[in-house]
Design a protein around this ligand. Structure first.
Ligand code: GLC
Length: 432
């Protein structure tokens, strides 16, 4: 009995440091600074690029029951001869985005960098050049942050214990979580030591095991700690559709602005961490040849504005094509968003949620004593909203001209005439 209790004590003692650190994540000064910069940046571009781009059916193609070994043959034809990191980064920067999130390895399991942990990587394609190296160098050169998406799921590696996806892509007989976990951590070490500053690691796939009868232990605390240790200012995010776990620095929402759940992936409560909503420009993340259902520029601008109105960032996705170029429609949308942000970025970057929203037709952002009312529909003819503080003046943001208004008993009221053809009519309220 005594021996058993001693053993238990030893086991508990061995577990303690892990548990203690898991429960006591105290973000460092560097992380707090990164979080603030992230929250101020408001707009990033997501890039889903991998072997799946060649099949042109979106990044989930293999999950349709495609044999992973057959699928892997496509790597011998991966030759994106028109890929030019400088062009991508310039176009994204000109769009007004402040960071890029790139898929280092998606569920298909193919690594887009020179990894020593697996042969299934970009160096063994006829292209043979490290895509992450080129992107990282270019991002650093042009002064834009690089975040890396990293999939916890692997539909090719047999050591990854399959969850509810990828059940017909590989043999399920050889799971080895310990080996797979080690593999992932070694890959993360490479990504965080060989490519200079990385702004964030963006995990995805936790939900693969959300229906297990015995809760699956992803051993996230150690992995998060490892990231923070390797790069003390690197943010950790996880697209698990839950309220943030210990050790995470941002909260991610998929396809919905925080607080809405039209797509069914975002019922979770909103935390106090910096928020990010990821959304597609058309319908798919990875390039899909049939998907030309692009949102209009006005819709995208409104989406960015509504996301900012919630105090969140928009991570807007583009799926690069097999030849290495960004789709022409995506490029023109990005350029137009850039023009809009050039004129109106003051009402977006560095702002906080304004605290007042009317459905899809009106939202607000705020910076110090300036409140920006964004009118998103020409159906709006009158504003009648609660407002704290005292109003100094109200102006048409674009024209810089004074507007008539009434303010009393904590309410701002005014008639509005939304000009034709504007995605967002902005009224600036200067507070005393
Ligand atoms: C989902 C999809 C994945 C995509 C991600 C982006 O998790 O499974 O393919 O990369 O959303 O938000």
């Amino acid at each position: 009995m005594k021996r058993i209790s001693t053993l238990i004590l030893v086991a508990v003692a061995l577990l303690m440091p892990r548990l203690a650190s898991a429960q006591g994540y105290v973000p460092t000064e560097e992380i707090l600074k990164s979080r603030e910069e992230f929250a101020d940046s408001k707009f990033g571009v997501f890039l889903h690029w991998g072997l799946y781009s060649m099949f042109a059916q979106g990044e989930w193609y293999m999950n349709r029951g495609i044999d992973s070994k057959e699928y892997a043959k496509s790597m011998h034809a991966f030759y994106p001869h028109r890929f030019d990191a400088a062009q991508w980064v310039s176009a994204i920067k000109a769009a007004g985005a402040k960071y890029i999130c790139f898929t280092s390895r998606h569920h298909e399991g193919f690594s887009m960098w020179d990894t020593k942990q697996s042969d299934y990587n970009i160096m063994n394609t006829p292209y043979g050049k490290d895509v992450i190296r080129q992107l990282a160098d270019e991002c650093h050169r042009q002064g834009i942050k690089l975040h890396l998406y990293y999939s916890h799921i692997d539909w090719t590696r047999e050591d990854y214990p399959a969850g509810r996806t990828g059940r017909n892509t590989k043999s399920l007989d050889n799971p080895d979580w310990d080996g797979y976990y080690k593999f992932m951590n070694e890959q993360l070490k490479e990504l965080l030591t060989n490519y200079g500053e990385i702004g964030a690691i963006w995990f995805d796939g936790w939900w693969d095991h959300d229906s297990d009868s015995v809760p699956f232990d992803w051993q996230l605390p150690y992995q998060y700690e490892l990231i923070h240790k390797l790069q003390p200012s690197c943010l950790v995010g996880n697209n698990h559709h839950q309220v943030p776990f210990e050790g995470e620095d941002i909260q991610i929402f998929e396809r919905d602005v925080p607080g809405e759940n039209k797509a069914g992936l975002s019922g979770q409560a909103i935390s106090r961490l910096p928020l990010e909503t990821c959304q597609t420009m058309n319908g798919m993340w990875g390039y899909k040849v049939a998907d030309q259902n692009y949102k209009s520029t006005a819709e995208l601008i409104r989406l960015l504005v509504q996301t900012s109105g919630k105090g969140a960032n928009l991570l807007l996705n583009v799926g690069p094509q097999p030849d290495g170029t960004l789709p022409a429609t995506a490029l023109s949308r990005l350029a137009e968003m850039g023009e809009w942000l050039e004129a109106n970025g003051e009402t977006i970057y560095g702002t906080q949620a304004g605290g007042y929203i009317e459905g899809d037709t009106l939202t607000t952002t705020r910076k110090d004593n300036r409140l920006f009312i964004h009118v998103l529909s020409d159906k709006v003819t009158r504003i009648d909203m609660p407002l704290e503080g005292k109003v100094k003046r109200v102006i048409d943001f674009a024209q810089k001209s004074a507007l008539k208004y009434k303010f009393g008993k904590g309410r701002l009221t005014m008639d509005v005439a939304v000009p034709a053809d504007v995605a967002d009519y902005i009224i600036e309220v200067e507070l005393k």
